[in-house]
Design a protein around this ligand. Structure first.
Ligand code: GDP
Ligand code: GDP
Length: 474
């Protein structure tokens, strides 16, 4: 089994993360006061991954040795005992000298590491996440161990780290099925260079993780046709393996293929349970939708094209955008729409005027019941997924920024011109940009909107949520 070890300074949430990864049944292993928790180990699981996990949290409480000795010991233990080290930092507190110490030790050792920024629920830790880049350990993964947020990104990072050591198959259990002969049949991913509007290759690239099958959640209000659509997608699939047994407590993945391409549908326990629950339907719906959204890469928001767009449709769209997921809207039950032209206009007008984040989101006319438009739906999903994985080079971004600043300089605040120094993309999925500004607090929202609209239009990022974080740089 692939082994992960959790290291980091006291109080960053190592034990909380450990408990989340091993699941409820082990959550109170020898955690009594007085017992030396020098090292806890357990079988971890996260979505399709199965692994061994070591928690080093107790080490800092050992009474002998200087703090530095104990930290060095903690790191050594992790490096010797694990294939991949998870260095946890507290995004709310920001980077401390002790975090730097750990990062330094890990870098020196050459261990495979994933930098985990914890306590990021509700987007609170954004500046801490940006700051953690200074540790020089690559792209941080923002999570909330306590609230279970960001687990999809953690999952992807773990898979990627294992993949670098040729262990991805061990982690997913797929190695049992894989033979080397099959490798020749795999499509050549490099052949699929992204193209711009004119059909020319552009210098963006897909994340390694972007080559994993896309996880799609079908979300929407009750009665929009979600179950029908899921059945139609799975029906079509001759290679259906069936639900993978107990992927997590919260969600299962249903693998399927469409025209030779693999996908996974995310289904939550609550969604399946819902039919039998009469009360609390409303709350369950939001909880389930949110959980499915968090496990997914892309959400298909189903609306009923025979009805007016509902306030709740937009609330769900907002949830998806806030979670930073890619989105495609399925205008379902199109077979039953009487005036198709008028209806199409109405839907697109209503979407455009009610939520700016939905500009550029594809709306696919379809019928889950009659299996119409499903190919278009998945094609739109593929396209949006690619955009969601976009990375723009720092060179291009800064050439662009120069033009933007010249066309429309930042405002004077108290007689002083605000300086915008630099922009760089710090994350994909969704694309996240850091803007280095002399006085971040003084940058008006309107100017930030000017820049983010420009980014969307000029780099083909329309229709997906993008994020901007500001950092102070004199
Ligand atoms: P450890 O010393 O690194 O093992 O940290 P613990 O797991 O014991 O957590 C330290 C404190 O941080 C506890 O009070 C946790 O409840 C809290 N904590 C852990 N994860 C999170 C999180 O994701 N968000 C917030 N707000 N608090 C967290
Ligand atoms: P869910 O609650 O979102 O899972 O919705 P269901 O899949 O249970 O569908 C709700 C109702 O809409 C059922 O009566 C379906 O037969 C109907 N329905 C689903 N898809 C379509 C469609 O494409 N066209 C039409 N006309 N009816 C549909």
């Amino acid at each position: 089994m692939v082994t992960f070890a959790i290291v980091g300074r006291p109080n960053v949430g190592k034990s909380t993360l450990f408990n989340r990864l091993i699941g409820r049944q082990h959550a109170i292993v020898d955690d009594q006061p007085g017992v030396t928790r020098d090292r806890r180990e357990g079988d971890g699981r996260l979505a399709g991954l199965r692994f061994r996990i070591i928690d080093t949290a107790g080490l800092e409480e050992a009474s002998d040795g200087s703090l530095e000795d104990r930290m060095r010991y903690q790191t050594e233990l992790a490096i010797v005992g694990a294939d991949v080290t998870l260095l946890v930092v507290d995004a709310r507190v920001g980077i401390t000298p002790v975090d730097k110490f750990f990062a330094g030790e890990i870098r020196k050792s050459g261990a495979h590491v994933i930098l985990v920024c914890n306590k990021c629920e509700g987007k609170i830790g954004a500046s801490g996440v940006a700051e953690s880049w200074t540790l020089g350990l690559g792209e941080p993964v923002a999570i909330s161990a306590a609230h279970g947020e960001g687990l999809v990104d953690l999952h992807d990072a773990m898979l990627e780290a294992a993949d670098k050591q040729g262990l991805a198959g061990v982690l997913t259990g797929d190695d049992i099925l894989t033979t080397h002969e099959d490798d020749d049949d795999l499509p050549d991913n490099d052949a699929e260079a992204p193209l711009d509007a004119d059909g020319n290759p552009v210098d963006v690239w897909q994340d390694e993780a972007g080559k994993q099958p896309m996880r799609i959640a079908i979300v929407g209000r009750p009665n929009m046709g979600k179950s029908t659509l899921i059945n139609s997608l799975l029906d079509e699939d001759r290679l259906l393996v069936g639900p993978e047994a107990g992927i997590t407590r919260d969600a299962i993945e249903l693998p399927f293929e469409w025209q030779g391409r693999p996908y996974k549908l995310v289904d939550t326990a609550g969604m399946r349970r819902r039919a039998r629950v009469v009360d609390k339907v409303e709350k369950l719906m939001v909880d389930d939708a949110l959980r499915a959204i968090q496990y997914a890469h892309l959400c298909v928001l189903l609306i009923d094209a025979t009805e007016e767009l509902h306030k709740q449709d937009l609330s769900i769209a907002r949830l998806i955008a806030n979670e930073g997921r890619a989105i495609v809207i399925g205008a379902n039950k199109w077979d039953a729409v009487r005036n198709k032209q008028e209806s199409a206009m109405q839907i697109s007008d209503r979407l455009k005027t009610s939520m700016s984040q939905l500009k550029g989101v594809p709306v696919v006319q379809m019928s889950g019941l009659h299996k119409k438009g499903l190919g278009n739906l998945l094609k739109a999903a593929d396209d949006m997924y690619a955009v969601w994985n976009t990375r723009v080079s720092t060179g291009r971004l800064n050439r662009w920024l120069e033009i933007m600043l010249e066309a429309h300089p930042p405002p004077l605040v108290e007689g002083r011109r605000l300086r915008i120094r630099y922009i760089t993309q710090i994350k994909t999925r969704p694309p996240t940009f850091a803007l280095f500004v002399s006085r971040p607090a003084d940058l008006p929202d309107s100017y930030l909107r000017y820049l983010s609209t420009g980014l969307r239009n000029d780099f083909g990022l329309r229709g997906i949520p993008i994020r901007m974080v500001m950092r102070k740089r004199e």
